[in-house]
Design a protein around this ligand. Sequence first.
Ligand code: PMP
Length: 356
Amino acid sequence: MSQYWSELVKGLSPYVPGEQPQIPGLVKLNTNESPFGPSPKAIEAVRLAAADTLRLYPDPQSMRLREALADYHKVTPAEVFVGNGSDEVLAHAFAALLKQPRPLLFPDVTYSFYPVYCRLLGINHETIPLDAEMRVNVSDYLGRGGAIIIANPNAPTGIALARAEIARLARERADVPVVMDEAYVDFGGESAIPLIGDHPNLLVVQTMSKSRALAGLRVGYAIGQPDLIEALTRVKDSFNSYPLGRPAQAGALASLADEAYFQETRAQIMQNRASLTASLTRLGFEVLPSAANFVFARHPKHSGQAVAAALRQRAVLIRHFSGPRIADFVRITIGSEAELMRLTDALAEVLAAPGN
Ligand code: PMP
């Protein structure tokens, strides 16, 4: 704390991302990164963008990328917004759409960045408990509160909501903006993008960080009717005109063009998720049904914190969250087959060791 801080900064409680330590031989399954590299074509495009043209500002509208995303998702470029990772796109959505007179609604267990944006932007919010099976129940969001944001699949549970349920939510709450955060949707969820034509209040946010293995490039986007996109653009142009540099725009474009690589790698992750779920179940864990690139699991005899700490000593990083309903659980990112083998071997050792 310093005398130079603004009142706003004194009151913040920032988001804490998963750690990125430099431990040799580390198996890193704590931040939902992809175990595979990005498409080789994306890497090549980023390399080509590292050229003399870097002295020039990039296209502030990211027009080519927005056109490609529009093509890909069967919408128009006026229905696409891009930003520096979906975290930035979400921040703009909070400012542009989710700050309403009545409190913003989101689940009690969800992406822990949401309350952080609320604090930064002075947004009142109310959390809605997940049901007994840790699921989002759309009925709980009807007839109450202001705008709504839901991660689908939810984090850190990994549980997905069916498109028909999202349509019901958008229809029944046509009085407010509804934002779906689809960071993990490519691993088995149903995207709400096909619904935007019928729902002027629906904004869908996606990222290239997970299923396209481009977390380091920082590219996220939102899809919704032009009025909603214009609201985001107004905030962006009051904040940073050039959120995506030339390498990011070029790399994202090339990734989008490599459909075969995208399909292959996401299928491999879903396959690895099935085998990890089976191994964890054999080890006595209860594993929530995941449609994401991670699983959320708990062991009846070992606390989440103890499991995570013991694995860390064996150079395997997973994530533990302390919090009322989730402290028993650990969240494990779906890694490569070799990484998951290291994880399950280490886990078997940890569970067998006396005192754990
Ligand atoms: N939404 C959810 C639910 C997430 O877990 C994450 C990753 N931490 C993000 C959005 C942001 O991802 P990025 O900024 O890399 O697009």
